[in-house]
Ligand binder design. Structure first.
Ligand code: NDP
Length: 245
């Protein structure tokens, strides 16, 4: 299998896109560590599913807004598996609303989780990440197209990942480490359920006229993580059903 012998860390692996990514990487052969915030039982369930695939798995509670917890998650994962090859910065927070109604706490929380945490994760992972490793950030189609009002904070946070991704690709390329950004469109998860109030509007903004499934994001992450993705770096890849088209 393509990821045999590799070790991955997926943030926010207890639900949604993160769970799909964790399971897909495990199916492809990787041992997988995941972080979660509040859903310990769901994280434990994902760990069991990974182990059932014959891989090693490890979960740790780590609030992405807590700098030390973020760093400890990286060192813990690397210690657990004795190596680290793939980092997927997936955990994210949404805060939609008119710009005038967003509080300072909203701004600080969303930037801490969506921007500062991937930055700190990467810093902590750097010396542990194997040459030829992978960093895959999860952005949003809202970074490419702010198609409806209310996305100022969320789009700001996700757009920041473009700069991080490109600059890191330049910094780590000599080690064969690739850094990429995947922009999901509307994906059916707890954060954005396909039967939610705004779902018809969001589906209508895609070219395909439907929500995506978490596994459709995981498939692209797996390609980037695998050997076939080795010449892709610094890229922003839309997996959004044509939301940004
Ligand atoms: P979910 O709400 O379904 O899952 C979020 C995951 O992130 C959970 O595992 C959750 O842990 C974890 N998480 C949330 N807050 C924190 C935190 N403070 N610290 C650590 N972990 C945290 O979200 P999605 O799967 O939909 O989203 C995953 C990523 O994809 C996010 O970055 C999101 O912005 C992005 N995205 C999603 C889209 C969508 O339509 N769904 C569209 C575009 C981008 P726990 O279970 O413990 O709460």
């Amino acid at each position: 299998m393509t990821l045999d012998g590799k070790a991955a860390l997926v943030t926010g692996g207890s639900r949604g896109i993160g769970t799909a990514v964790a399971l897909r990487l495990a199916q492809d052969g990787a041992d997988v560590a995941l972080t979660y915030h509040s859903q310990a039982e769901r994280a434990a369930d994902v760990v069991d599913q990974i182990k059932a695939l014959g891989r090693r798995a490890w979960a740790v509670q780590a609030d992405s807004a807590d700098a030390q917890a973020v760093r400890d998650a990286v060192t813990g994962a690397a210690a657990e598996f004795g190596r680290l090859d793939i980092l997927v910065n997936n955990a994210g927070a949404g805060a939609l609303g008119p710009v005038g109604e967003l509080s300072l706490e909203d701004v600080d929380r969303v930037l801490a989780i969506n921007v500062r945490a991937p930055f700190l994760m990467t810093q902590a992972a750097l010396e542990r990440l194997s040459d030829g490793g992978r960093i895959i950030n999860i952005g949003s189609c809202m970074a490419e197209r702010a198609a409806f009002p209310g996305g100022s904070l969320y789009a700001t946070s996700k757009t920041a990942l473009t700069g991080l991704t490109k600059a890191l690709a330049r910094e780590l390329g000599t080690r064969g480490i690739t850094v990429n950004l995947v922009h999901p469109g509307p994906i059916d998860t707890d954060m954005n359920p396909a039967d939610g109030e705004s779902a018809p509007m969001q589906s209508g903004l895609t070219a395909l006229g439907r929500y995506g499934q978490p596994s459709e994001i995981a498939a692209t992450v797996a390609h980037l993580a695998g050997d076939d993705g080795r010449y892709i770096t610094g890229a922003s890849i839309a997996v959004d059903g044509g939301f940004a088209a």
